[in-house]
Design a protein around this ligand. Sequence first.
Ligand SMILES: [Zn+2]
Length: 208
Amino acid sequence: MDYETQRRLMCELGRRMWERGWVAANDGNFSRRLGEGLFLVTPAGVSKGFLTTDMLVVVDSEGRAVQGSSSFRPSSETPLHLECYRRRSDVGGVCHAHPPAATAFACARLGLEEPLLGEAVMSLGPVPCAPYGRTGTPELPAAAGPLLDGHDALLLANHGALTLGPDLESAYWRMETLEHTAQVCLNVRLLGGGVPLSPEEAAALRGR
Ligand SMILES: [Zn+2]
């Protein structure tokens, strides 16, 4: 995928996220690894439903803007994204949003770790809830960091959700699966609780 197509895709995924109601006002952020220590990130203070490619910012591994319009600052959660890339060399894209059902679990500080849905077991794995860290500060990457090893999706206490992937599109699809799983789990709780898959079946699904 060429650079311009990558930038257009980031804007398109922002529009989808906003239309689905996963971000309010200027919430949420995306990034992708560009190589050579550079990363493309969404700007601060802009609705992700109305991004244009000229708003996107290229940052270095310290989060400093090195390319892009001076009218746009990198997202305030850039350090959280950089923590994902620093800890996981296999990660090429990161998605952060506040989808209502997943965020409800995050506010209750409940992870989505029970193997209830086969598809979620295969594509997400267990989703823990990271301890609280204040948004836009170094507390947030410090709280989430230790859980990034071995997890492709996290809930962020009293805040929202974070998904990782080999590329940005994969991270976005994981956010869809995460929110769908959270909605199903809410309904399961209304029904009095679910019947988890056996450990053997969960292990077999994870291996696929
Ligand atoms: Zn957020």
